[in-house]
Design a protein around this ligand. Structure first.
Ligand SMILES: C[S@@+](CC[C@H](N)C(=O)[O-])C[C@H]1O[C@@H](n2cnc3c(N)ncnc32)[C@H](O)[C@@H]1O
Length: 291
């Protein structure tokens, strides 16, 4: 386990923001978590049964819990922050979960330690997503599979608005952002209702409100809305990527059977999209050319 002194300063805000977020908000929603896990990892019970699985950037461990309940041999949850305390609560009673703090840019595991690795919404919060991916890919056993989800590049205007909002919000103290996220959360509910209206003018009003408050979550559950809003405004790093760029990482790592899981993905609720979601496999030992 790497101690906090080993975590570079560049990630101090990440550590503070997620340590606070995942201990303040207990947003385990078992049905939604199982559906999102299935959508974004493509993993089934038979894939994980008795296997060694790494949840890279586990946050409060909602997907560790899902993988463990699906019968994984061992699920290791790794996170940079004190989120692992929240994850310990989430995983209470499960004997096949181990949680530790560490940096996935320098993962504290030997190469080829895992059969399955998933990293959902994490690489894009690191200072160097490509290096983080390559570091994770080295942890795959021959035949092992990795799946990642990262934010997607968007239209220039949208990105400019988002970047302007975040340039201000990421400088605010975290307790102020928690309060703002609570105050703004109802706006997410209004946006959801307005944008779902049958009347064009009302829908347009909803869109205008949305553009002004892009980071305010529209999740149907009010508490998740507060947490997701904080998640959007607080972290220092939030990079966006193209499919080609992410496919390039898989290629560089020598992975095969690379699949774009974004295609035809079913969402648990509207507004869960806007991601690049790709899986790939390390070649079997027989195909590694004696490596
Ligand atoms: C948006 S949260 C996602 C958490 C979890 N994957 C989920 O979907 O519930 C991003 C998580 O990545 C973690 N993280 C960010 N940079 C990291 C790094 N370099 N090493 C390990 N974890 C990191 C954060 O602490 C945070 O818990």
């Amino acid at each position: 386990m790497s101690g906090s002194e080993a975590i570079p300063d560049a990630q101090r805000r990440t550590k503070a923001a997620y340590g606070l977020q995942w201990n303040r908000f207990r947003i385990v929603r078992p049905e939604e978590d199982r559906a999102t896990f299935r959508n974004r990892t493509g993993l089934t019970e038979s894939d994980v049964r008795c296997r060694a699985v790494l949840d890279a950037g586990c946050g409060m461990g909602r997907y560790c819990r899902v993988a463990a309940e699906m019968g994984a041999g061992l699920v290791v949850g790794l996170d940079l922050s004190h989120a692992v305390h929240g994850a310990r609560e989430t995983a209470a009673g499960l004997t096949n979960v181990a949680l530790l703090r560490g940096d996935l840019l320098r993962p504290p595991f030997p190469d080829a330690a895992f059969d399955h690795i998933y990293s959902l919404g994490v690489l894009d919060h690191t200072p160097d997503p490509r290096s983080a991916f390559l570091a994770l890919a080295r942890l795959l056993r021959p035949g092992g599979r990795i799946v990642v989800w990262v934010y997607e590049r968007e239209r220039r205007l949208l990105e400019a608005i988002k970047d302007t909002q975040r340039a201000a919000s990421t400088r605010l103290p975290l307790p102020v952002l928690v309060t703002l996220s609570r105050l703004l959360a109802p706006v997410g509910g209004w946006k959801r209702r307005l944008m779902g209206s049958r009347h064009r003018i009302v829908r347009r009003l909803g869109i205008a409100l949305h553009v002004m408050t892009l980071g305010v979550s529209m999740h149907p559950d009010p508490e998740v809305r507060v947490c997701d809003t904080l998640d959007w405004y607080a972290p220092r790093y939030m990079s966006r990527h193209t499919l080609e760029e992410v496919l390039g990482w898989f290629d560089e790592a020598g992975l095969v059977d690379v699949t774009n899981l974004t295609l035809g993905q079913a969402f648990y609720h509207a507004g869960q999209g806007h991601g690049i979601n790709v899986a790939g496999r390390r070649p079997d030992a027989a195909n590694l050319g004696g490596g």
